[in-house]
Design a protein around this ligand. Sequence first.
Ligand code: 6PG
Length: 265
Amino acid sequence: MIERTSPPCTIDDMMYAPTLHVVENPAELASFAADFVVERARTAVAERGCFVVALAGGGTPKPVYEQLAHAERVAAIDWERVHVFFGDERCVPPADEQSNFRMAREALLEHVPLPEVNIHRMLGEVDPEVAAVTCEQQLKQLFRCERPAIDLVLLGIGGDGHTASLFPGTAAVRERERLVVAQYVDKLASWRVTFTPVLLDAAHEVLFLAEGAGKASVIREILEGTYRPDVLPSQRVQPRAGRVHWLLDRAAAGGLRETLPRVGR
Ligand code: 6PG
């Protein structure tokens, strides 16, 4: 695997240089991402005594969580010192098939010795504003500060350039104060609860995950197009002191101007 820090995006206001990892296929992406999480967890526990991770929803991360639940990776992490949050949630009950929590519970959380109190579920079944306030309070309580620096945030990318539940044209993308908000998404005709750019920008590291040719054009727009976060909210995620990684399979990276030599890991 050859990694490079891509040149600063040709985006006027943004001089961030994400690290781009390109792997052959979805299976490699899942395995690479799972190893990435294990490595970050071990480092955070060793350096800071605990590892706080925010899981992504949608379909791409599920195989990552299943890989992470493999015995050798489970054994490599001190789960007592891990706290799990969610970057966003659909406003449905936790047992609903649409629930990001349900997906993560089935793929990972019920297979690891993580104390229940360390799972900070976004309460999809309650009033969205209450769920947002509750999640923000849990973060501030855990970190004992107003700007919690989550160790690792996993994020997916939607075909319209959204990430978490920061959808194009919504107020959540422009939020400048709150860490977690409730957002009605017209195109989905449903409520979501989501981390805001304020919280995402405070993270130590962000790992974007995307696979498949269907994401190639939006990824090119995000990484090599002009900076227009209202249209492409993923561009808005720019951790000030943190690092941004993009993990793509060959198909999702296919639209990028400079292609990386594809070397197996
Ligand atoms: C969600 C996710 C969302 C997701 C993207 C990509 O709740 O759906 O938070 O941001 O990551 O829509 O989804 P896929 O991985 O299924 O393409």
